[in-house]
Ligand binder design. Structure first.
Ligand SMILES: NC(=O)c1ccc[n+]([C@@H]2O[C@H](COP(=O)([O-])OP(=O)(O)OC[C@H]3O[C@@H](n4cnc5c(N)ncnc54)[C@H](O)[C@@H]3O)[C@@H](O)[C@H]2O)c1
Length: 259
């Protein structure tokens, strides 16, 4: 189902690559005007979107800098005059065990994965309100729903889940919905070089495979669109059954079905 909304504007962070670029391409194909924000150059993705007939713009943003958020919101206001959606997608993962996580790594991951969305919601909310309300989608992870070995990543994604619920309660009065998405293992550069980890993890996924980036994009589209108009403060797990059934799936597989 394509939701054509040519008047609507969405800001996607971390949109120069990975899943963020995929979200931006798909949303533009749906008719959204897309502001792509990233520390990296989102220009090439913008060119692709324009070549396909869409409307998009690139914005330099380090999500950890509140002042840069204000600048990007000003650019979006100048360029489009409104904002109806925000996808807090930019995020980093450091797969370090608990005792190997340095204070520097801890603070950097928390800054990008938690401070970034917090600053972003604060900076964008007034414009979303003045545009008639909107939808904020925070990309968390299943690491924000279960115990996960890497403390910086897991804590940051749990925090983003809490931030989502806090913001949802406060911003409902402004007609702004806030929900989180919890992807499981998805085939992106974030997991490059982690082949052993991935192979072993897939053995716990009832669906039998990693997720595809477009399967996360479809959920983002749903949460931005009117189909989810009564959803706020919610969380959608998109993981092939890993969180709900991974443990027994693996146990039964290893037992070869012999109970
Ligand atoms: N790949 C997975 O399996 C997976 C699973 C669960 C959740 N996630 C989450 O999905 C989101 C996207 O992941 P991905 O796999 O596409 O990652 P990716 O590394 O491919 O892309 C991340 C993007 O964020 C940008 N970015 C990094 N730091 C930034 C900063 N300070 N300011 C602005 N932009 C910054 C990068 O330049 C990059 O374009 C992340 O929040 C990640 O935690 C990914």
């Amino acid at each position: 189902m394509s939701e054509l909304r040519t008047d609507r504007v969405v800001l996607v962070t971390g949109a120069a690559g990975g899943m963020g670029a995929g979200h931006a391409r798909a949303l533009a194909a749906d008719g959204w005007r897309v502001a792509l924000a990233d520390v990296a150059d989102a220009g090439p993705v913008v060119e692709e979107i324009r070549a396909a007939g869409g409307t998009a713009s690139a914005h330099h943003l380090d999500v950890t800098e509140a002042k840069l958020w204000d600048r990007v919101v000003a650019e979006v206001t100048d360029q489009y005059g409104a904002l109806h959606g925000l996808v807090n997608n930019a995020g980093v993962s450091r797969r370090l065990r608990f005792m190997d996580t340095t204070h520097e790594v801890w603070h950097r991951v928390m800054a990008i994965n938690v401070d970034g969305p917090f600053y972003g919601i604060q900076a964008c909310a007034p414009l979303l309100r003045d545009s008639g309300g909107g939808s904020i989608v925070n990309i968390s992870s299943i690491a924000g729903q279960i115990g996960y070995f890497s403390p910086s990543y897991s804590t940051s994604k749990w925090a983003l889940r809490g931030l989502t619920k806090s913001a949802a309660g406060e911003l409902a009065a402004w007609g702004i919905r806030v929900n989180s998405v919890h992807p499981g293992l998805v085939e992106t550069p974030l997991l490059e070089g982690a082949d052993g980890f991935v192979d072993s993890a897939v053995a716990s996924i009832p669906a039998g495979r990693m997720g595809r980036p477009e399967e996360i994009t479809d959920v983002v589209r749903f949460l931005l669109g009117d189909g989810s108009r009564y959803m706020t403060g919610g969380e959608l797990t998109v993981d092939g059954g890993l969180v709900s059934n991974g443990l027994y799936h693996r146990i039964l597989t290893e037992m070869d079905g012999d109970l």
